[in-house]
Design a protein around this ligand. Structure first.
Ligand code: ARG
Length: 459
């Protein structure tokens, strides 16, 4: 079939060129948004007297039929079409040979694609916000049950100081709450209508851009037509927010993978969220967490694709921009899929509190508390640090814990030690004395959980 723009051409497009040029396999996903945008445009054209009101009505009716028929499968999007805009307009003019040809008045595919992508990605952003919230909810549920589950907190992956699983998971809640806020922020800049920017220089017709913006649920209109058709910044922002969500998911995945190992055995994933090995019968692998970690790279690639696509193109629209959709769609779909699987994986995960507290008892994570004990007895911190370090070295040599040293052995290093030292360096004390704002004591964590709950209760 000849292209709608073929008037000034004397030859048909080479088949391979058509294939290369076509974006229908990707932008076909936006058929609903394309039709929604066209309906708003037709309404406005009719209302402003740019096309006859009865033509506008006929166009709107036919567009609604086309939308229904694509959804039901009654018509199939032609894979050889140039893009979704041409396909829908082609269908329309087949049905309304006269009126259908009026739809593209005062519009270009450049503002059309810009509006479609914003509508499509606005809905995806809302899905992402909801999925992030679901994940925070799952983390919150597991945290709530584990405010007394003591585990070692690590730095350099070396046991450092005691925390609880609730405290550890609340840290991830903090990350994902920032992610939700970033998505909401990006949505504001996305929700501006480019429709009416035309090809690049607006139009001579008396259009009403505010009307189409309102019909399509935008908060306002872009204030410059050249920027309107060529702005993809919001996609970079969305890809960046998605890449950061994936970074957070990847860090959590890495921890879950470690925690599932026989070396840690802190958690066990539900059978429904693990896989086996084809050769090693004993294996139960955390494949989902590994795949999430692996797919993170893909979202980084998508972000770089978008930035690189934009960096060299002059104003306004250039065909390079057709590459945006494959990257940004992949970015949001990957992130959505990972978020959606992660929440139930966490909710069904078994926590081995015993193994966590056993690990917390080893590794001298109360060495700071031992030093603090001496500080309370009047010793300067650096001197106390040295005493504690010397005692740790002795315990390492003998393969015992600080709590196993007798009072005499302790007093050899400092006469300030008394009977009350054992209570002062017990795991419970070490944890529950950490009451500073943001710290792991039950009291401090309950405040963190309140902040998370507030976030979950926001509409
Ligand atoms: N398929 C194109 C895209 O996704 C639509 C815009 C085409 N505009 C043009 N002047 N060729 O970017």
């Amino acid at each position: 079939m000849a292209n709608l723009w073929s008037a000034r051409f004397s030859k048909e497009l080479d088949a391979a060129v058509n294939d290369f040029n076509s974006s229908i396999k990707v932008d076909g996903l936006m058929y609903k948004e394309d039709i929604e945008g066209s309906i708003a445009h037709a309404k406005m054209l009719g209302a402003c007297g740019i096309i006859p009101a009865e033509d506008a009505e006929a166009i709107i009716g036919a567009l609604k039929d086309i939308r229904e028929e694509i959804t039901s499968g009654a018509i199939v999007i032609d894979p050889a079409a140039e893009d979704i805009h041409m396909f829908v307009e082609g269908e329309l003019t087949k049905r309304l040979p006269e009126a259908g040809k009026r739809l593209h008045t005062a519009r270009s595919r450049n503002d059309q694609v810009a509006v479609d992508a914003r509508l499509y990605l606005r809905a995806k952003t809302d899905e992402l916000i909801a999925a992030v919230k679901k994940l925070v909810e799952a983390l919150y549920e597991v945290a709530k049950k584990n405010t007394a589950t003591v585990m070692p907190g690590y730095t350099h992956l070396q046991r450092a100081q005691p925390v609880t699983l609730a405290h550890h998971l609340a840290a991830y809640c903090a990350m994902f709450m920032r992610d939700a806020s970033r998505l909401k922020d990006c949505r504001k800049r996305m929700n501006v209508s480019p429709l009416g920017s035309g090809a690049l220089a607006g139009t001579t017709y008396p259009i009403d851009r505010r009307m189409t913006a309102k019909l399509l649920g935008f908060d306002g209109v872009s204030f410059n037509s050249m920027d309107g058709v060529s702005d993809r910044d919001y996609q970079v922002e969305l890809a960046s927010a998605s890449a950061l969500i994936m970074t957070h998911l990847s860090r959590l995945s890495e921890e879950i993978i470690l925690w599932c190992s026989w070396e840690f055995r802190f958690v066990e994933l539900d059978d429904a969220y693990s896989t086996g090995s084809s050769i090693m019968p004993q294996k139960k692998n955390p494949d989902i967490a590994e795949l999430v970690r692996g797919k993170t790279g893909r979202t980084y690639g998508d972000l770089i694709t978008l930035l690189t696509m934009l960096k060299g193109i002059p104003l306004a629209y250039n065909k390079d921009m057709q590459e945006d959709k494959e990257a940004i769609f992949d970015s949001v779909e990957t992130t959505l899929a990972c978020l959606t699987l992660f929440a139930p994986m966490l909710l069904t995960m078994k926590v081995n509190a015993d193994n966590m507290s056993k690990a917390a008892l080893k590794g001298y994570i109360n060495a700071t508390d031992l030093a603090d004990y001496l500080v309370r007895k009047g010793l300067p911190f650096r001197a106390a640090y040295k005493v504690s370090g010397t005692l740790v070295a002795e315990c390492v040599k003998r393969g015992i814990a600080l709590n196993d040293l007798t009072l005499d052995e302790l007093r050899k290093e400092s006469p300030l030690f008394d009977d009350d030292v054992y209570e002062a360096i017990s795991l419970e004390t070490c944890l529950n004395k950490r009451t500073s704002e943001g710290a792991p004591s039950e009291e401090a964590v309950s405040k963190q959980l309140c902040i998370i709950k507030e976030f979950l209760d926001e509409r």
